[in-house]
Design a protein around this ligand. Structure first.
Ligand SMILES: [Zn+2]
Length: 501
């Protein structure tokens, strides 16, 4: 992208969220050097400034998708409703032998990025896994796609490195010997190989594209990696002050697994191993108890809430109010396209505003629209470790979304906060600026050729079909054993309910 010229957005309704109240004020926004230089009425335009008419538009902070896995981007609608542990057989086939080519990884990332930018997401945490193994080429392809479209992204390498059956309860006993042998032989990367890749990611990508691209850490989940690797990742998170992604207690089965393998919950295991620090992003946290929430709050960690994914996979309703009462920081993500079918953060925001009404008959405990927006914006900025995003104020990054206020979602305008959470679905987003550069104008991407990219993705996906079919066949072979495991785990009383059964 070119160096951003000064820009003046004239007479927009500028979004404000203060003390739990959403509002707006008509004002100009002056953008210089990629940052917001002024907000107020009748600002003078500096020489050479591009002037954009903001009348009839809401100027709001760029939205943040705080949990996402781009490698699932080609699998929209590919899998029926399945519980996580069975779903993952299709998502990350444990016996897969063939990896992705660089161009496919680039295009796949671009597909999700296009959807996000067009719906107003300007920053994403991409917890990217690689099947069967991670490579520097694959990591670079992901970073390049975000760089080229012009959005902000933190990219992690989400690569488990223990044998498949060691990540689950009961499986070692349930699986036949020949399948266990094939799992033993499936490719896995050593701690040293993965740490070399992290050295590459942090060295080559962190801070790239004028700081728009950043690194993040990921262990996938504490039980999916070796202890020395978990310790090393926690050390890197502290050393470089980078977000450390970990899926924890997304499902009831994972609670049973913690009891079986470690004699305690996976939150306590992560804390005891030194992984639960202030940079930790605890993804899901559905099946956690009050004491574990306090542990997360005391650590200063953030919980990434993905309510659409939790419904799609039947994981349960997260204890949102209890998290907040315990003092946990919370952010919102879509999770991946295979477990949401869209990369549209508005869906997740609306679901967060809806699903917690089921948890308590006392409506005073239900999330309010301003609370959901605060979690999505301020919580997202905190999770990504970028304090300059998530709000429109002087000195903040000029990541600005212009929303058409003359659409059905806002006609008539009764309550801006509630209409953003419950009525808007991203289709009113017209213009998107990141770091002072317009990357979407009047609904069209300015940085990449969307039609050509989508055509190439359709072509390459056809070639990808046979590989996918082989992976699905391998998943189908494993599914009966995983079903037995899941149902056995669900038969146990773990002292809490997160589902209706
Ligand atoms: Zn996830």
């Amino acid at each position: 992208m070119d160096v951003a010229l000064p820009a003046l957005i004239r007479g927009a309704e500028v979004f404000r969220l203060e003390n739990g109240v959403v509002g707006s004020q008509r004002a100009d926004i002056l953008v210089e050097g990629g940052r917001i230089a002024g907000i107020g009425p009748d600002l003078p335009a500096p020489d050479g400034a591009a002037i954009v008419e903001g009348r009839g538009r809401l100027a709001m902070p760029g939205l943040i998708n705080a949990h996402f896995h781009s490698p699932g981007n080609l699998m929209r609608g590919a899998v029926a409703g399945l519980p996580l542990e069975v779903f993952m057989l299709y998502e990350v086939p444990p016996l897969a032998a063939v990896g992705d080519q660089k161009r496919l990884a680039y295009l796949r990332t671009m597909l999700g990025a296009i959807e996000m930018v067009k719906t107003g997401v300007t920053a994403v945490m991409d917890d990217a896994f690689h099947v069967p193994i991670a490579t520097a080429e694959g990591v670079d392809a992901i970073c390049e796609a975000y760089r080229d479209i012009g959005m902000r992204a933190r990219v992690a390498i989400d690569q488990p490195n223990v044998v498949e059956y060691a990540k689950y309860p009961f499986l070692e006993e349930i699986l036949p010997a020949d399948i266990k042998r094939r799992m033993d032989e499936a490719p896995r990367q050593s701690d040293a190989e993965l740490l070399d890749l992290y050295a590459h990611l942090i060295g080559a990508c962190d801070g790239a594209a004028d700081g728009r691209i950043g690194a993040a850490l990921s262990c996938s989940a504490p039980q999916r990696v070796t202890k020395p690797y978990l310790h090393a990742l926690a050390g890197l998170a502290d050393k470089h002050a980078l977000p450390f992604n970990m899926h924890i207690l997304e499902t009831k089965l994972q609670r049973v697994f913690g009891e079986e393998k470690y004699g305690r919950s996976l939150v306590r295991y992560a804390a005891d191993e030194g992984a639960l620090g202030r940079h930790a992003v605890v993804i899901h946290g559905v099946w956690i108890d009050d004491a574990e929430m306090r542990l997360i709050a005391d650590a200063g960690a953030t919980i990434a809430h993905n309510p659409v994914c939790n419904l799609r996979l039947g994981s349960g309703v997260a204890p949102f109010r209890a998290w907040r009462d315990a003092g946990c920081h919370v952010c919102i993500g879509t999770d991946e396209i295979i477990a949401d079918d869209r990369a549209n953060i508005w869906d997740a925001i609306k679901a967060a505003g809806l699903v917690h009404t089921l948890a308590d008959a006392d409506w005073h405990t239900w999330p309010t629209a301003p609370e959901v927006l605060e979690v999505a914006l301020a919580g997202g900025a905190r999770a990504l470790g970028w304090s300059e995003i998530g709000a429109l104020r002087v000195g903040a990054a000029a990541d600005i979304v212009l929303v058409d206020m003359e659409t059905t979602a806002f006609t008539p305008l009764n309550d801006l906060g509630r209409q953003l959470v419950y009525a808007e679905n991203g289709s009113s987003v017209r213009d998107v600026m990141v770091a002072g550069s317009w990357i979407l104008r009047d609904g069209r991407l300015t940085t990449v050729d969307e039609r050509a990219l989508l055509a190439e993705i359709r072509d390459l996906s056809r070639a990808f079909g046979p590989q996918r079919e082989a992976a699905n066949a391998a998943a189908r072979e494993l599914e009966p054993y995983y079903r037995e495991m899941v149902l056995r785990a669900h038969g146990r009383d773990v002292g809490m309910r997160r589902r209706l059964d």
